[in-house]
Unconditional design. Structure first.
Ligand SMILES: C[S@@+](CC[C@H](N)C(=O)[O-])C[C@H]1O[C@@H](n2cnc3c(N)ncnc32)[C@H](O)[C@@H]1O
Length: 299
């Protein structure tokens, strides 16, 4: 435990290259239950227009949305119980990511979408382009502005912290090898504030931002943290509801809706009970593993 803490104190700054390289290496291993993506989809009843998936990975959300592209003859409503009265008039789907491997996988899996290598930090889109921006399981891997500005961060995952297999450790060692401050601010992990400014900029007025974060007030958080093994190349930041809500508000978003969710990997059996309880005690949504926010670009 001491060695682990010492390692965490080693100061280094993980760069985007390291992050991209790390994701290239774990691309095939990334697995999140489809049910989680359905929970994300269900927070909006009227997906439409131009939609951006920022940090799209293999494109699981884009795959779901592609069924509703205007020109797609296979268009159908996937879960009529959850997504009622939807117009589903989707004009275009765009996904961006920095991992070449994940981009390649997304292009194969969602040929209907335009998949572009681009950085959330400086997106190659004009102001007011999209009706929706989605960030699923991405926000928590960005960094705080003070970490980024000082070039000091503890957010890379040391091999030992993975507690994992030699194979996993190798991934982190590779990431670490280059994870030193190179003096170029923009090569560092994108910051929370900058990401929100960019999302705000590319959304049309009234456009919607759907973002998921892991929840620090999750009922099983302490238990989970003791046991978990990291697999991502960047350590994730768990948010309290208030912390994320504050960030959204500060950057010009108005929260329209939120709900609890679970990625169904470790604690799946509990989640259905949580959801039942939440019908009677809505505060339960703030105590689940993940929180999905639907925010609107306020003007
Ligand atoms: C845990 S994965 C989630 C991928 C996808 N959204 C999903 O739900 O499967 C995080 C993704 O964020 C991407 N990412 C991290 N920093 C990024 C940045 N600055 N710009 C674009 N993508 C980034 C990674 O390459 C990776 O694909």
């Amino acid at each position: 435990m001491y060695a682990f803490d010492r390692l965490r104190q080693i100061i280094f700054m993980i760069t985007k290259d390291d992050i991209a390289k790390g994701y290239d290496k774990i691309a095939e291993k990334i697995y999140v239950s489809d049910t989680f993506y359905n929970e994300v989809m269900a927070i909006e009843k009227n997906w439409h227009g131009d939609i951006l998936d920022a940090g799209c990975g293999q494109g699981p959300i884009l795959q779901k949305l592609a069924k509703f592209l205007k020109a797609n003859p296979k268009s159908e409503i996937p879960n009529p119980k959850q997504i009622l009265n939807s117009k589903f008039q989707i004009r275009q789907l765009v996904g961006i990511d920095i991992s070449d491997k994940l981009l390649e996988m997304a292009r194969k899996k969602v040929p209907e979408a335009e998949i572009i290598k681009a950085d959330i930090d400086a997106m190659p889109f004009a102001d007011n382009t999209f009706d929706f921006a989605v960030m699923v399981d991405v926000f928590q891997y960005l960094c705080q502005e003070h970490e980024r500005n000082s070039g000091v961060s503890l957010r890379g995952v040391p091999p030992e912290a993975s507690g994992g297999t030699t194979k996993q450790s190798q991934i982190y060692e590779d990431c670490f090898a280059a994870a030193r401050n190179d003096g170029k601010r923009n090569s560092f992990a994108c910051g929370f504030a900058n990401a929100l400014n960019e999302i705000y900029r590319v959304l049309k007025p009234g456009g919607k931002f759907i973002v998921t974060v892991p929840n620090k007030n999750w009922l099983l958080f302490d238990e989970y943290i003791k046991r978990r093994k990291n697999i991502q190349p960047v350590e994730d930041h768990f948010f309290t509801f208030d912390e994320m809500a504050g960030l959204l508000k500060k950057h010009g978003f108005k929260i329209e809706k939120y709900r609890g969710a679970d990625c169904f990997r470790y604690y799946a059996p509990y989640h259905k009970y949580e959801m039942w309880l939440a019908m009677f005690f809505p505060w339960m949504h703030k105590r689940m593993k993940k929180i999905i926010f639907k925010a609107v670009k306020a003007v």
